[in-house]
Design a protein around this ligand. Structure first.
Ligand SMILES: [Zn+2]
Length: 69
């Protein structure tokens, strides 16, 4: 995780909260969040990070079910 400078805003569309984390745009999009970033990293706020974590966890669980055994 990269360090976040103060004053950086969340890149999720419609969100203006202060960013708490930077995550690769691909990963954020894979979690179903729409981000607008020109870089490879997206900055997301605490709330969206929670959402991101929840969704990526779900995907992992699904993979386990699919590929488990
Ligand atoms: Zn946000």
């Amino acid at each position: 995780m990269g360090r976040i400078e103060k004053g950086v805003k969340c890149n999720v569309s419609g969100c203006g909260n202060e960013a708490a984390r930077s995550i690769s745009v691909d990963k954020v999009k894979a979690a179903g969040l729409s981000v607008s970033s020109k870089e490879n990293r997206a900055y997301i706020c605490k709330e969206h990070y929670k959402e991101y974590k929840k969704k990526s966890k779900k995907d992992k669980t699904l993979d386990k079910w699919r590929f488990g055994r």
